[in-house]
Design a protein around this ligand. Structure first.
Ligand code: OSB
Ligand code: MG
Length: 361
């Protein structure tokens, strides 16, 4: 497969309600859609998930766009691509910049699954059908409001709820939500807001039957996470720490975590995400699909990945209407009894809606 043409579309999508994490508040999701056209005239789509500011990882929409244009696309010029996994290998000479790599790589996977005449879910080896999904809830102004919002999502059918926490907005939120919803699969995500001095609060969290505690400590702190995991019975899940299967191996060997939030964009694409999922499966770690407020293209890639059998825990893959007034695709993803159905069309199985997205293809 040869790439004939690449177009990058930049979008700013306002969130329905601002999303607050320990890093700050986000009002708008900045993203790019990458359209790749093959020599056969097939179109593949990828989504660049970097945010406008470098709070989650170092990349931003602008730095990633630059890396794509100046470093990644030139490597693909005139290259006869035999299989999508070749791209991950090829891109190893560019250090970091996982989100930039992922935007290109996922578009190539879309084309290859279309070439094979399959939907991406089947092409990746997953089971088509319904996959259970969860929702991630930002920090609220008070716990009463938080409990009310959790109730709304539970009534909408979500079977797993993740609460964002930070110092001063943690134990009381968890206590009240757990009190109202004793049987809910509940977890927290600290986005690296704590350190060793917070051990007493973290030990208290251990008493609320949480499914996991995501990224409590710093983004390269494998040793400190191992120190914490020894003292907790709740599994620790790593997010920001894991950029590659080699990081997953490090987390396993040091026993820094028992679960990994697998985000395609954070690890440089689907090939690396699959490697991490396989590694988790072989070593008894929980693998689940994380989210980055994806629009319809990124969400379709996530759903195809999460349909693999290694993904044993509901992902942060909400319905299109969870974040946006209108998504950018023709058939929005809807949630039914806590599940999203894998699309059946060829490739990622979704088409951009030119009117809704403002993208003139
Ligand atoms: O830490 O998992 C995270 C969103 C943006 C960046 C980082 C994270 C998140 C979420 C929301 O928790 C996931 C989603 O629903 O898309
Ligand atoms: Mg996280």
């Amino acid at each position: 497969m040869l790439i004939k043409q690449v177009t990058i579309y930049h979008l700013e999508m306002p969130l329905k309600t601002p999303f607050k994490t320990s890093y700050g508040i986000m009002h708008t999701k900045s993203l790019c859609i990458l359209k790749i056209v093959s020599d056969d005239g097939l179109e593949g789509y990828g989504e660049l998930e970097a945010f406008s500011a470098p709070w989650y990882t170092e990349e931003t929409t602008n730095t990633a766009s630059l890396i794509i244009k100046n470093h990644l696309l030139p490597m693909l010029k005139g290259l006869d691509i035999k299989e999508p996994s070749q791209i991950n290998q090829l891109f190893q000479v560019v250090r970091g910049n996982e989100m930039a790599k992922s935007a290109v790589e996922t578009a190539v996977w879309d084309i290859f699954s279309k070439l094979s005449g399959q939907c991406l879910t089947a092409y990746l080896g997953g089971n088509q059908g319904d996959i259970p999904v969860g929702v991630s809830i930002g920090i609220q102004k008070d716990t009463t409001e938080l409990v009310r919002i959790v109730g709304e999502y539970v009534r909408a059918g979500y079977t797993r709820v993740k609460l964002k926490i930070k110092p001063g907005s943690d134990i009381e939120s968890v206590r009240q939500v757990r009190n109202e919803f004793p049987d809910l699969t509940l977890m927290v995500d600290a986005n690296s807001a704590y350190n060793r001095t917070d051990i007493s609060m973290l030990k208290k969290l251990d008493q609320y039957n949480l499914a996991m505690i995501e990224q409590p400590f710093g983004v390269t702190d494998f040793v400190d996470h191992a120190w914490l995991q020894k003292q907790l019975s709740t599994p620790i899940c790593l997010d920001e720490n894991i950029r590659s299967v080699s990081d997953a191996r490090q987390a396993f060997e040091l026993q820094s975590a028992r679960a990994i939030n697998v985000k395609i964009a954070r690890v440089g694409g689907l090939d690396e995400a699959l490697k991490i999922a396989t590694f988790c499966h072989e070593n008894g770690m929980i693998a689940w699909c994380g989210g980055m407020f994806e629009a319809g293209i990124g969400r379709a890639h996530n759903i195809a990945l999460a349909a693999r059998t290694e993904f044993t825990f509901p992902g942060d893959i909400s319905a299109s209407n969870r974040y946006f007034e209108k998504d950018i695709i023709k058939n929005d993803f809807k949630i039914n009894n806590g599940k999203i159905t894998t699309p059946i069309g060829s490739g990622i199985g979704v088409d951009i809606d030119q009117k809704k997205s403002g993208i003139l293809l």
